[in-house]
Ligand binder design. Structure first.
Ligand code: AGP
Length: 608
């Protein structure tokens, strides 16, 4: 995610902004910028790459005098990492500067409206729309201006705002993206996260959704979306800097698991317009979609597992034949590709060597390619014919969680879109699917609330030697991801198996007490998997079942049951993965493993 810092006080602002941004580097970024009011105008400096570049350009801030400013580290979501797209963004006469963390979901509509009013844009970002909208509404009262903008924008935002006409004041407002206010002894600050202010104060206010903060050198006041003043109590931060970077969570992996509800919203909502799916970046006509002969999904690791899920969803919903390949295999097996096929490369980092090579192989064959990628401007994003971004923000933990969940959402949206265009489902079906998808964030939140129960169960298995994950159909796909999560962060041997396949050999490994996690979310397969469970328990296995609420029948067969809320059959992987992530996490923690940086692993595998 992007990082925001703002300062107003007695000291020079620029060095404080740079220092604060350096404490937010863990959030991931590809460009940065600061704006400082120098007594006459708002000076700005931006730079692509690391903060060091910005510090050098500004001589560690010395070249930008002034005691009020805002700064930003940008994790690109809309528009590649360029100087033009870096924040702060300005209105036309540079009398208003803004930094933003989040996604303005209706920015295209607002941009068109403002262009119609004569506004000119210099960047590809959604944020610039906010700068011009503030200009559009500004009649002299910043709070009235900000509340009007809040009523117009949809999506998530944390904003730091400066008005040249009000030099002694900083403004901040948030909805769904984090923002705090720090009350320091020689000045006041805003920031995306606690680490940026800890050097100056432990006295912070947590701004709630749709609250506006107004900071002067001496005082801080708060207003609601109706412009009425509200009273807020400060909190005292007792975290150390290391804990603070993780937002108070013990590990980035846990923090990122808890970010999954927002990640799902951020990947989903901007692509739903008036009850229809709009994937602007897809750039495929209905005729091209109807003409697709076969889809080849190619990826590695967890991204590959989402591809296995997507195969069931695309084939079940859109009736398009789908092959799923490991990229390291695809690139060397001389795949058979037809001109009207579509190759989808899935990659969080967008830099995985095998996946990039597979993309190039497909392009060399003249086949249309689509990337589903998290890192804007990455190699796969740049080289694929089309790219559909997952807006998960930077993922620090090596074991993917939120990016995995975002990939599933992107694939569901594509499958629904393709199914509708190809006449396999009706508009009514689409509305029903979207309703279920929009419930997922709160259902994920509810499942994350189970962490205590799962931690208790996980502690029983920290000395396990082998754990098996089984399921049929979509439940097999999620078993693969559950197994990988456990292996990669707890170093316990684990295998995922199609439940019907166990009796063809692997069941010989089942001993007294062997843990088997069985996933049963596909109603028409319940009975089949329950018989597999009975085969396992009769040979001594201890079976943990993950199943839909209401399927209490399972309690007769399994030893321990975790229920997930009801959702559409195609989307159950998005929910079943949550207890499996939590289980792996707590086993790893219980074993004292390095959860965020497991041995032998890298976050991005850029070598063969
Ligand atoms: C997932 O937890 C692993 N870290 C790994 O399997 C990862 O999914 C795989 O390396 C693919 O990475 P990518 O999505 O960046 O291409």
């Amino acid at each position: 995610m992007c990082g925001i810092v703002g300062y107003i006080g007695e000291s020079p602002a620029a060095p404080i902004l740079l220092d604060g941004l350096s404490k937010l580097e863990y959030r991931g970024y590809d460009s940065a910028g600061i704006a400082v009011y120098d007594g006459e105008k708002i000076q700005v400096q931006k730079a692509i790459g690391r903060l060091k570049v910005l510090s050098e350009l500004t001589h560690d801030g010395a070249k930008m005098p002034g005691a009020a400013g805002i700064g930003h580290t940008r994790w690109a979501t809309h528009g590649a990492p360029t100087n033009n797209n870096a924040h702060p963004h300005f209105n036309g006469d540079e009398s208003i500067a803004v930094v933003h963390n989040g996604i303005i979901e209706n920015y295209q509509k607002l941009k068109k409206y403002l262009e119609g009013k004569g506004y000119q844009f210099v960047s590809d970002t959604d944020t610039e729309v906010v700068a011009h909208l503030l200009d559009y509404y500004y009649k002299g009262d910043p709070i009235e201006t900000i509340t009007k903008v809040m009523h117009r924008v949809e999506g998530s935002y944390a904003l730091g705002i400066m008005f040249k006409a009000h030099p002694g004041i900083l403004y901040a407002v948030r909805k769904d993206s984090p923002l705090i206010v720090g009350h320091g002894k020689d000045g006041n600050l805003i920031a995306s996260d606690v680490p940026a202010v800890l050097k100056y104060t432990r006295n912070v206010y947590f701004i709630q959704n749709e609250e506006i903060a107004v900071l002067s050198e001496e005082a801080i006041s708060f207003f609601n979306v109706d412009g009425e003043e509200i009273i807020k109590e400060p909190s005292t931060i007792d975290w150390d800097i290391n804990a603070a970077e993780k937002g108070g969570y013990e590990h980035f992996m846990l923090k990122e698991m808890y970010e999954q509800p927002q990640t799902v919203r951020d990947t989903l909502n901007p692509r739903i317009k008036e009850g229809a799916i709009v994937i602007e970046e897809l750039g495929m006509s209905d005729e091209e979609i109807r003409g697709i002969g076969r889809i080849h999904i190619v990826a590695c690791g967890s991204a590959y597992h989402t591809g296995v899920t997507a195969k069931y969803v695309f084939e079940g919903m859109a009736r398009i034949p789908v092959d799923v390949d490991l990229a390291s295999e695809f690139r060397y097996r001389n795949p058979i590709l037809a001109d009207n096929d579509l190759v989808i490369i899935i990659s969080q980092s967008g830099e995985t060597a095998d996946s990039l090579a597979a993309l190039r192989e497909a392009k060399n064959r003249g086949v249309k390619t689509l990337g589903i990628v998290n890192v804007v401007g990455s190699s796969i994003a740049r080289e694929a014919d089309k790219v559909m971004y997952t807006w998960a923000g930077p993922e620090i933990a090596v074991a993917t969680t939120k990016a995995y969940s975002a990939q599933l959402i992107a694939e569901y949206l594509l499958a629904i879109k393709f199914a509708q265009v190809r006449g396999e489902i009706t508009e009514q079906d689409v509305r029903a699917y979207l309703k279920d998808l929009q419930k997922l964030p709160e259902q994920i939140e509810m499942l994350l609330g189970n962490k205590g129960k799962i931690q208790h169960f996980a502690n029983r298995y920290i000395s396990a030697k082998d754990v098996f994950f089984v399921g049929r159909g979509l439940d097999h796909a999620i078993s693969m991801e559950g197994s990988l999560k456990l292996k990669e962060i707890s170093y316990i041997h684990s295998e995922a198996y199609a439940a019907g396949e166990l009796k063809h050999g692997t069941i010989s490994l089942i001993e007294e007490g062997t843990l088997v996690a069985a996933v049963l979310t596909q109603e028409e397969l319940y009975k089949k998997t329950i018989s597999n469970i009975v085969e396992l328990t009769s040979r001594g296995a201890f079976v943990l079942a993950v199943t839909n609420t209401g399927n209490t029948e399972i309690e007769k067969a399994a030893d321990y049951v975790i229920y997930i809320p009801q959702t559409n059959r195609w989307f159950t992987n998005s929910l079943a993965i949550i207890p499996l992530q939590l289980f792996s996490y707590y086993v790893s923690v219980g074993k004292g493993c390095d959860v965020d940086k497991p041995r032998n692993l890298a976050k991005s595998v850029t070598v063969e």
